[in-house]
Write a protein of this length. Structure first.
Length: 423
């Protein structure tokens, strides 16, 4: 009981600190322990005392976001669901939706569709505000795209987009914003949260209906319906656990399929992905080029794929290949950026992203030629560890050590990593 009480106090103190430091108008829901099946389900994630404040859309904030959208290069329009340049003429911001995460003290990171199966029934849960809102950008009164607005260095900042388009989301949910805008209970919206490990905060909406907290599924792939299925908090956790079981079975089959396919063969298809991304960046703005660390467009003329780095996770204390690679895009022997490639179940390769992550640092890493793979511990991180083969041993090198503020210095064995995860 002391442990639970301490955890609650930590959560409350942290929230009060945020309110005091930033002066934010945030929503907070207290966590309660479910002692038995007779306890009212709304007491798991209770909002009876919620303070219904919202992000205030100031002229300065609106101008910042609208300017970002208007200055997009045309090559990125499809990423944002923009089909016609005229849609950018009369832009304004709609009602912000606060973004929450469900937290548990025994889990690394927020509760999601992967780790929820590790929770026992009745575990203490807290719904914590993330300092981030999904804000609809409206075009002549019609919803165009969601953007993220959050807190950085005590200021409201444009952080990017939510569900954008077919390049970054399931093709069925690329028009999510339209369905939420037309949702019959949109006026009851209190927030949103994500269940997927790498979603955009809009897997479920939260509404207060008939004095109860109701969690509304944004999209159901089985029924092809939007904003129809409603759940209480206990029902929600049961649903997430059922999904986790199915996802775990699917992942096991997929990992067994890709287990011996860790070597990525650089096919013409892979080369085309590299050239396409270089071409897209060549037509991007100077700000985009700076974001990727590209000094000038001439670097993007003669690109070629570098060494693929297979991505691993730890599954049941085993090092497991995920079926994905990070492939460096090279120019004149220099690392420019990397693309992410995934092997599908049908044997085809698919592009799944582009990133400047760690490129400049890896260029200067003394053992970069010994890299055999990367290890991801946190679903939201890039590489938590690099895997190198040195002195006939597999060594796990922490990409960044917060205690020493050094890159690629702290080394571990695999057993060390397992022991760290058990702590």
């Amino acid at each position: 009981m002391k442990k639970v009480t301490s955890f609650k106090l930590q959560v409350i103190n942290k929230t009060l600190s945020v309110l005091w430091s930033y002066g934010l108008m945030v929503l907070f829901l207290c966590a309660f322990t479910v002692a038995s099946a007779q306890v009212d389900e709304t007491r798991i994630l209770d909002s009876a005392t919620i303070q219904r404040n919202e992000l205030k859309i100031t002229p300065e904030l609106e101008e910042m976001v609208v300017t970002k959208i208007k200055n997009l290069p045309e090559s990125k329009y499809s990423d944002y669901g923009i089909t016609d340049k005229e849609q950018l003429v009369n832009l304004h911001l709609g009602k912000p939706i606060p973004w929450y995460q469900i937290m548990n003290e025994n889990l690394l990171g927020p509760v999601n569709a992967l780790n929820v199966s590790r929770l026992a029934d009745g575990e203490t849960l807290s719904l914590i505000f993330t300092d981030r809102w999904n804000v609809p950008v409206m075009s002549a009164g019609e919803p165009l795209v969601f953007v993220f607005v959050g807190i950085t260095d005590r200021e409201y900042t444009f952080l990017g987009t939510g569900y954008m388009g077919t390049r970054n989301s399931h093709p069925k949910v690329e028009n999510t914003i339209e369905h939420i805008y037309n949702y019959e209970h949109k006026d009851l919206l209190m927030g949103s949260f994500e269940a997927a490990p790498l979603g955009n905060g809009l897997d479920f909406l939260m509404i207060r209906k008939e004095n109860k907290d109701v969690f509304v599924e944004v999209y159901n792939e089985t029924t092809d319906e939007y904003c129809k299925n409603e759940y209480g908090s206990c029902e929600l956790m049961k649903l997430l656990k059922e999904r986790a079981t199915k996802l775990k079975e699917f992942r096991s089959r997929y990992y067994a399929y890709v287990a011996n396919k860790t070597e990525l063969i650089i096919t013409p298809e892979i080369k085309k992905m590299v050239i396409n991304e270089a071409s897209r960046l060549r037509n991007s703005s100077d700000n985009d080029l700076n974001h990727y660390g590209i000094k000038n467009r001439a670097q993007l003329e003669n690109v070629y794929p570098g060494k693929p780095i297979p991505q691993y996770i730890i599954e049941n204390e085993d090092l497991t290949f995920t079926g994905e690679w990070d492939v460096f895009v090279m120019s004149a022997g220099e690392h420019l950026f990397l693309i992410k490639v995934k092997l599908e179940g049908d044997g085809q390769y698919r592009w799944v992203g582009t990133s400047p992550f760690m490129v400049e640092t890896i260029q200067n890493y003394e053992h970069k030629d010994l890299i055999m793979g990367s290890l991801k511990i946190n679903p939201r991180s890039g590489w938590d560890y690099l895997i190198i083969r040195k002195d006939n041993k597999d060594i796990f090198v922490k990409t960044y050590d917060e205690s020493t503020r050094e890159f690629f210095k702290t080394e571990y064995s695999f057993s060390d990593i397992i022991n760290l995860l058990k702590k």
